[in-house]
Structures are given as C-alpha cells and as structure tokens.
Ligand binder design. Structure first.
Ligand SMILES: *[C@@H]1O[C@H](CO)[C@@H](O)[C@H](O)[C@H]1NC(C)=O
Ligand SMILES: *[C@@H]1O[C@H](CO)[C@@H](O)[C@H](O)[C@H]1NC(C)=O
Ligand SMILES: *[C@@H]1O[C@H](CO)[C@@H](O)[C@H](O)[C@H]1NC(C)=O
Ligand SMILES: *[C@@H]1O[C@H](CO)[C@@H](O)[C@H](O)[C@H]1NC(C)=O
Ligand SMILES: *[C@@H]1O[C@H](CO)[C@@H](O)[C@H](O)[C@H]1NC(C)=O
Ligand SMILES: *[C@@H]1O[C@H](CO)[C@@H](O)[C@H](O)[C@H]1NC(C)=O
Ligand SMILES: *[C@@H]1O[C@H](CO)[C@@H](O)[C@H](O)[C@H]1NC(C)=O
Ligand SMILES: *[C@@H]1O[C@H](CO)[C@@H](O)[C@H](O)[C@H]1NC(C)=O
Ligand SMILES: *[C@@H]1O[C@H](CO)[C@@H](O)[C@H](O)[C@H]1NC(C)=O
Ligand SMILES: *[C@@H]1O[C@H](CO)[C@@H](O)[C@H](O)[C@H]1NC(C)=O
Ligand SMILES: *[C@@H]1O[C@H](CO)[C@@H](O)[C@H](O)[C@H]1NC(C)=O
Ligand SMILES: *[C@@H]1O[C@H](CO)[C@@H](O)[C@H](O)[C@H]1NC(C)=O
Length: 457
C-alpha cells in the first residue's frame, strides 16, 4: 500500500465521532485522493453548531481550495444573543503568485524559510493596497441601526491575522463553533484554522463616510513574513442617495505587528457560557499529564550541499518534544485497522522533553531535532492535560495548534517556562474556552484539557 499524493479535504473542527475515515489528514486517517479520483466523506454532525471551515490539507495545497461550514442551531433553538438582521461569512485567505507546492518543496530542499505570500485576501479579494487590485475589493453593504452576525474564518496558510473595522465595535459571541460570554473589542486576532463570530452593530444614522475593513499579520518570528494589509470597505447603503465617488475612507487602527501583550489579553477574554444549556464540561480530574515543547530546531544539511537554515550546514526543522514528524507512506489509521502498523509508526512519542532545559532562555548548544512517526497511545476515556511550551531555540514565536477529533478546554496560559507547581493553581476549571485551535504564546505556554472519547488517530 503506497499512496501517492494529491488532494484531500479536511473538515477542520468537525469532531468525526467514530468516523475518523472522514477526517481527512493525509497519511494520518487516509491516503490522499489521487488526481482525477474521488472520495466520498460520509459523516454525521452530532452536538455541534456554529462556524467551521474545510480545506485541502496535504502539504501547501491548504492554500488552495477551502470554504466555510456553517452549522445552524436546531430549529427549536435560538442564538444566545440578539437575532441578527443578516449573517455574513468573511474568509481571510493568503494569495501566492507562485505555485505554493513549488514554494514548499524548494524550502524543504534548501532548509530555508519558505517564500512568503503576495497578498492577504478578504473573501478572495486583496483590496485597495495591492497593485492593480483596487477593483478587487470586498464590499460589505449595510443599513444603519442593524445588527449583523459576521462569521470570520482565518483560512490563511501561515499567518495569524489582526482584523478590524474602522470606527466600529465588534462583540465576540463565538469561537471555533462554541459560544462565548460576549465581549466587545475594536480589533481581534484570529489564527489560521480558527473561526470567530462577531456582532456588528451599525451606526444609528447614515454616516458621511465609508469604513475600511482590514486584516494584517501578527508576527514575532525572526524570519520574513508577508507584512501587507488586505482591505475591504463597509458601506452604508442609502436607499436614494448614490454612494459618493470619493468617499472619506476611515482608516483602521491596528495593534503593533508584534503586540504579544494585546494577543494575550484578547485571547484570555474568551470564556465559555458555562450555563445549563451550554455547559463547559472541562475534565476536573486528570488521568494523564503531557508536556510538549513546540518550536524550531535544526537538522543537518545533506553532505556536499549548502543549506539555508540558520547556518549553511543546517536546515530549519519544526518539532514537538524535539521530534520532527516524518510522514509515513501509508495512512496510520489504515495501517492500524488492517493490523499492519509494524514499520509504519511507533508508540514511543516522548510525553515530556527527554532533556529538560530553560525553554525560554539561552538555547542549548545542540539544536538538532530527532525525527520519526511516533505516537502516544491513550486508553478510551482518558482525561488528558497537555501543556504546550514554546521554545526560544531559534527565536520565540507564536505557534497555533489544532487538535483533530476533539474540542479542548484552554485552562491556562502564561509567559516564560510553565511552572508545574505554581501554575496549575491558577487554572480556570469554571468557564474555560472550549475550542479546536489555539496559539501557543510566543515565549510562553498554554494548558489544555480534553477527554479522549473518540477512537481513532
Ligand atoms: C485527469 O483528467 C483530465 C481530463 O480527463 C486529463 O486530461 C488528465 O490527463 C488526467 N490526469 C491524470 C493524472 O490522470
Ligand atoms: C453513508 O453512511 C450511511 C450510514 O453509515 C450509509 O447508510 C450511507 O449509505 C452512506 N452513504 C454513502 C454515500 O456512502
Ligand atoms: C469615528 O469615531 C469617533 C469616536 O468614536 C467619532 O468622533 C467620529 O465621528 C467617528 N467618525 C465617523 C466618520 O463615524
Ligand atoms: C460629507 O463629506 C464630504 C467629503 O468629506 C464633504 O465634502 C461633505 O460636505 C460632507 N457632507 C455632510 C453633509 O457632512
Ligand atoms: C509592516 O508594515 C507596517 C505598515 O505598513 C509598517 O509600519 C511596519 O514597520 C512593517 N513592519 C515590519 C516588521 O516590516
Ligand atoms: C516590536 O517591534 C518594535 C519595532 O520593530 C520594537 O521596537 C519592539 O521592541 C518590539 N516589541 C516586542 C514586544 O518585541
Ligand atoms: C493588557 O492587559 C493589561 C492588564 O489588564 C493592561 O495593563 C495592558 O494595557 C493590556 N495591554 C494591551 C496591549 O492590551
Ligand atoms: C559534490 O557534488 C558534485 C555534484 O553533485 C560532485 O561533482 C562533487 O564531486 C561532489 N564533491 C564531493 C567533495 O563529494
Ligand atoms: C558556509 O559558511 C561558512 C562560514 O560563513 C563559509 O566559510 C563557507 O564558505 C560557507 N560554505 C558554503 C558552501 O557556502
Ligand atoms: C531562563 O532564561 C531566562 C532568560 O534568560 C531567565 O530570565 C530565567 O531566569 C531562566 N530560568 C531559569 C529557571 O533558569
Ligand atoms: C555550550 O558550549 C559552551 C562551549 O563550547 C559551553 O561553555 C557551554 O556550557 C555549553 N552550554 C550548554 C547549555 O551546554
Ligand atoms: C531522520 O533521522 C535519521 C537519523 O536519526 C537521519 O538519517 C535522517 O536523515 C533524518 N531524516 C530527516 C528527514 O531528517
């Protein structure tokens, strides 16, 4: 069973309870769908509602096809907030002039950082600030005195994005298809894979201006990134008056590109409703505790070649607990199902760093990573606490992580090294946010809990 690449889709955040075959990750739950072939994903959505997304998910084909999944509440249920006048889906994306597969394969060969994208987009449109793109500007037409539900999705390949609408306040009501205690903000952060539903209350009267809707990246990394801004417009549509040809454009206001404090403050505002109708079923006891470091290291450059990692004899390599994942040539779920896992994967993934060090201090001398297809095996219904710790080995950086098959509760986060004695006392086990994607803070840690009740890989 050797499978060769092409396309497959992943429904990001759908729990796929016992339908792991329909989850999509290439070489994890299935072999990729080959060119001109098809695969029918057959699954039932139970107990979920809200905004999610789907996307191609092998290698950088993630940058290609994608779209929203909107699961409405049951017919006899209403939103736990004012019924919106209208619902609007806004997908933030990333555009590459080059074939993204060519970019990543070049980067893997040289070990350097991959070339960055050429634009960000709002519903596929880059907007006013890019060459020749002013005609390709997203326009949201609204009426005064109404409430709109915006379903925001970050489908960008790599970048966490700040999002804002000039001169308007947004009320966050949902994240990753889970209702939140509402809170107001004039700007927000959304990581790739996350969704955020917000209420936009329009001004009571027709304003004499048009307001920019904009997104641009949050970045703390040392490497290069696409530091451009995508813009759309919010236009109040008058029933009689034609829109002005040269409207006053109210400019957006962003945090600094590296404003980690804003990101931390904003992220910690998310709280579950935690009421009778929408409880926060956070595991109160823990069967297994895991500690994973997340960050960059190096791997050696093949002999007689020059690489573009931190030195010309090394490549950049991402790792968790110093293990860089090696894609198997057979899907792991398939190998397991047919009793042919021998040689496909091992069950010895280190559940804590093999060599502890000062994760956010001076980097160890040896930054080389290991590699392998190593897994952790959990008995059914294990209650898990996982702390993910950023490392500063090649620069502290925020790393959004997504868990397939489960929602998890974000019980704590902080900066510096996680302290297993002091930090758990501060965990929120009352109304922590439940989600499927969360950023490991730059130079910090995040603690999540989930119940392993979904057999699969
Ligand atoms: C896929 O189908 C198209 C149209 O039938 C054909 O031109 C192309 O060669 C096929 N590609 C492969 C790899 O089979
Ligand atoms: C999907 O699964 C259901 C239940 O397992 C089955 O009845 C149905 O035939 C399947 N549909 C397709 C298109 O495979
Ligand atoms: C923008 O907001 C400021 C402060 O809230 C307000 O004074 C100003 O009139 C607003 N401008 C427009 C065009 O709505
Ligand atoms: C609306 O704005 C335009 C341009 O800024 C200005 O010329 C015009 O006088 C304004 N109209 C009103 C009614 O404020
Ligand atoms: C990114 O772009 C913004 C706005 O154009 C600019 O102010 C800032 O200096 C740039 N930052 C970096 C790191 O390039
Ligand atoms: C963010 O970037 C600015 C300008 O490049 C720099 O002065 C500042 O120290 C940085 N802040 C953080 C928290 O890294
Ligand atoms: C973050 O929150 C702290 C404490 O509430 C506050 O002092 C600080 O100004 C906030 N910083 C940003 C960037 O929002
Ligand atoms: C390096 O590789 C080139 C071509 O790939 C070969 O011609 C050359 O002999 C090699 N040099 C060494 C020292 O192996
Ligand atoms: C690699 O870098 C070292 C030190 O900067 C330099 O001396 C050496 O020539 C470089 N090697 C290659 C093959 O570029
Ligand atoms: C880790 O390194 C940081 C930064 O150099 C330092 O402030 C901190 O005290 C170190 N922690 C320990 C436990 O050594
Ligand atoms: C790294 O190497 C230097 C000298 O080679 C040594 O003095 C230092 O203790 C080493 N640091 C660590 C963390 O092992
Ligand atoms: C993985 O590690 C082995 C040795 O431990 C090494 O031979 C191999 O080149 C590494 N593979 C990758 C893709 O880094």
């Amino acid at each position: 069973m050797i499978c060769i690449v092409l396309l497959y889709g992943n429904r990001h955040g759908i729990r796929q309870l016992t339908t792991g075959w329909s989850d999509g990750p290439s070489f994890v739950t299935q072999c990729p769908i080959q060119t001109n072939q098809s695969y029918i994903y057959n699954f039932t959505i139970t107990g979920q509602r809200g905004t999610l997304l789907w996307h191609a998910h092998i290698s950088w084909l993630r940058a290609t096809i994608h779209g929203p999944i909107i699961i409405l509440p049951n017919l006899n249920q209403s939103y736990p907030f004012q019924k919106p006048h209208k619902e609007v889906t806004i997908i933030l994306g990333e555009w590459f002039n080059e074939d993204p597969e060519a970019i990543i394969s070049q980067a893997l060969k040289t070990g350097g950082g991959p070339n960055v994208s050429d634009a960000y987009t709002i519903n596929g449109l880059p907007g006013l600030l890019y060459n020749c793109s002013s005609k390709d500007t997203y326009k949201l037409k609204v009426k005064p005195g109404k409430t709109y539900l915006l379903r925001l999705i970050n489908a960008a390949l790599n970048d966490e994005l700040f999002f804002t609408i000039a001169n308007h306040t947004l009320t966050v009501v949902e994240g990753d298809a889970i209702y939140t205690k509402p809170f107001n903000t004039d700007k927000l952060l959304i990581t790739p894979g996350q969704t955020t539903n917000v209420l936009l209350k329009t001004k009571p009267e027709y304003p004499n201006a048009t307001f920019l809707i904009a997104a641009r990246p949050y970045s703390t990394g040392q490497g290069t990134f696409d530091n451009s801004t995508t813009m759309g417009v919010l236009e109040y549509e008058h029933p009689f008056k034609k829109p002005s040809k040269n409207p006053t454009l109210i400019q957006p206001n962003f945090p600094q590109i590296n404003d980690t404090q804003f990101v931390s403050n904003f992220t910690m505002k998310f709280r579950s409703l935690a009421n009778d109708e929408f409880p926060a079923n956070v595991p109160k006891t823990v069967d297994k505790r895991f500690f994973f470091t997340v960050g960059l290291g190096t791997s050696p450059c093949p002999k007689n070649t020059t690489c573009q990692g931190p030195t010309n004899s090394t490549k950049f390599a991402a790792s968790v607990n110093n293990v860089s994942f090696t894609l198997p040539s057979v899907a792991i779920l398939q190998a397991y199902y047919f009793g042919q896992s021998n040689g496909v994967y091992t069950t010895d993934f280190p559940v804590e760093p093999m060599v502890p060090f000062n994760y956010t201090g001076i980097a160890p001398n040896n930054t080389n990573v290991m590699n392998g297809t190593r897994t952790v095996v959990l008995p059914f219904n294990t209650s898990v606490e996982l702390v993910m710790q950023d490392t500063s080995i090649l620069g502290a950086e925020s790393h959004p992580l997504h868990l397939h098959g489960f929602n998890f509760f974000v019980v704590g986060q902080g900066f510096g090294n996680f302290d297993p004695v002091k930090d758990p006392a501060k965990f929120n086990l009352v109304d922590p946010m439940e989600r499927n994607t969360a950023g490991v803070p730059a130079g910090g840690w995040i603690a999540i809990r989930f119940l392993a009740d979904n057999p699969g890989k």
